[in-house]
Design a protein around this ligand. Structure first.
Ligand code: GLA
Length: 509
């Protein structure tokens, strides 16, 4: 053991036998463009096949891209096959037409924590190249999302928000990302001016114009919700123009950011996206409130109520665990296939420092493992947001562990349940001596994933009586981070967990 535990180091993604990774279900709407690049590791060239695809879809043998437009709604159980010189792989897979996208938590990358206001065309292309070239796409990371600071003035044929000078040609950028087998996302806000960079803001040195959002003009007197920080919803609404533009650019994802996330603005944008000729994932942030949960589930695919997650331990603990104490638990009935409660981007990997330079992550390795474990199990969307070029071997192993990703992407989509919480802080000491959590997530094949988290500053033995999960017969236990079967010793399952660390175990009955 040691900081970072024994997490299995990732093998080169483009060597050896084929292995099909990622979710085992993909959803879309009938009659809209469908695209799914089968994530697979193994030596190229590889030949792909899909048996039983719905009418309208076909797979490209050389790339594994499933494309077309499904004619009818329905659930289609298909068989994916991949073969190369070393051998072959098969996987049962479901194409679900009619329930829309995000049937498992979206996975990908977002520009904000890596590049902030300095995001530009080449950094997005670089991210697409890194996701594919480093084998993260081959493990399920799909979206390349442009966060705030792409915006220029409103205009053009559609009277839509035009990109600023850092993005000379959005359609060509989108084509580039798609040509890599990935999907692309954009960012906006119902406010007149979104978060990111504002007039008079001392950080407005990147040379771009003032950022604008989907509304303009004076504050809308009918808007019933108070916005903070001088931001407001304007009387002129331009959402329809902007959606038409994003359809033309062939965007796949919108991050819609304002606070609080009022259901009126949510529905206005959500309806336009759903009625558009493309499937869009709609991610909303910030300050999603539980009283609007039904509206989020109806119109959005993911929503965030908590502040940005940063690469420091208190921030990770607050967003993953303290929130759990006061409200994350309330979201459990709403989070699941098609709509996910979001813990924010993963604050892992090299983070923003200056225009073209990232700095190393400030979490210890144990803390990074605990963060990834919590996000995987919660389950939260897995959006990396770091300088992908600068990730090291440990970080690659953290992001790309196929067994951990499979727990997050499980098609049942069941949120983890808090099984056990232990806190002991003697009066004599200012710090907790024991502070652990155990989460359990039920998986589609009847097995369970257990997360053992040690939030204290000392190594702790964390144990669970598996009978609490109703498990009473023989079982198999496998450490997902180490990719190793564990010795079993009765019903009380016990593991040592390092300070600020976590273990993730799959229990199969
Ligand atoms: C807010 C969001 C962040 C990011 C920035 C962009 O702070 O919470 O995720 O999108 O805006 O300015």
């Amino acid at each position: 053991m040691g900081d970072g535990m024994n997490i299995a180091r990732l093998k080169p993604w483009d060597e050896g036998c084929p292995s099909i990774n990622g979710p085992d279900i993909c959803g879309a709407s009938a009659g809209k463009p469908f695209f799914y690049a089968v994530p697979a590791t193994g030596q190229r060239p590889m030949e792909f096949e899909a048996e039983g695809l719905p009418e309208g879809l076909s797979i490209k043998a050389s790339s594994g891209y499933i494309e077309g437009s499904a004619l009818k709604e329905g659930e289609f159980d298909i068989l994916l096959r991949a073969k190369n010189v070393h051998g072959k792989a098969e996987r049962e897979f479901r194409v679900s037409i009619g329930r829309g996208p995000a049937l498992t938590p979206p996975m990908g990358w977002n520009s904000w924590n890596a590049w902030r206001m300095w995001v530009d065309d080449s950094k997005i292309r670089q991210a697409a190249d890194a996701l594919t070239g480093k084998g993260l796409a081959a493990r399920g990371y799909t979206f390349v999302n442009i966060d705030s600071c792409w915006q220029g003035p409103r205009g053009g044929r559609l009277n839509s928000i035009q990109p600023n000078s850092k993005f000379p040609d959005m359609k060509s950028l989108s084509d580039y990302v798609h040509s890599r087998g990935l999907k692309i996302g954009i960012y906006s806000s119902p406010w007149t001016a979104p978060f990111g960079c504002h007039k008079g803001d001392p950080s407005r040195y990147w040379g771009g114009p003032d950022l604008i959002g989907c509304s303009s003009g004076d504050p809308d007197p009918d808007y019933p919700f108070k916005a903070g920080q001088g931001m407001y919803i304007g009387i002129n609404k331009h959402e329809a123009c902007d959606v038409a533009q994003w359809v033309e650019w062939e965007m796949d994802y919108l991050k819609y950011d304002w606070t609080p996330n009022d259901p009126v603005s949510l529905e206005r944008m959500g309806r336009l996206l759903k009625e558009s000729p493309r499937d869009f994932i709609m991610s909303i942030c910030l300050e999603a409130r539980i009283e609007n949960a039904v509206a989020f589930k109806r119109w959005a695919h993911m929503w965030r109520g908590i502040p940005d997650t940063r690469d420091n331990w208190p921030s990770v603990v607050k967003n993953a665990f303290l929130s759990d104490d006061w409200f994350n638990e309330d979201w459990r009935p709403y989070s699941g296939p098609g709509g996910w409660h979001d813990l924010d981007m993963l604050a892992l990997g090299p983070q923003f420092e200056t225009k073209d330079k990232s700095r190393p992550n400030r979490l210890t390795k144990n803390e990074q493992v605990a963060c990834m474990t919590a996000w995987a199990l919660y389950p939260s969307p897995l959006l990396l947001s770091c300088d992908l070029e600068a990730v090291d071997d440990f970080e690659m192993s953290l992001f790309g562990n196929e067994e951990v990703i499979a727990i997050n992407q499980d098609r049942l989509g069941r949120p983890a349940c808090r099984l056990k919480e232990e806190r002991f802080q003697p009066v004599s000491s200012g710090r907790p001596v024991r502070n652990s959590r155990v989460w359990a997530k039920e998986l589609a094949d009847g097995s369970f994933a257990l997360g053992l988290f040690n939030l204290s500053d000392r190594t702790s033995e964390i144990s669970v009586d598996l009978r609490e999960l109703g498990i009473d017969g023989s079982l198999r236990a496998r450490n997902a981070w180490e990719k190793r079967d564990l010795e079993r010793t009765g019903h009380v399952f016990s593991l040592q967990v390092e300070p600020h660390g976590a273990q993730l175990v799959k229990i199969t009955v």
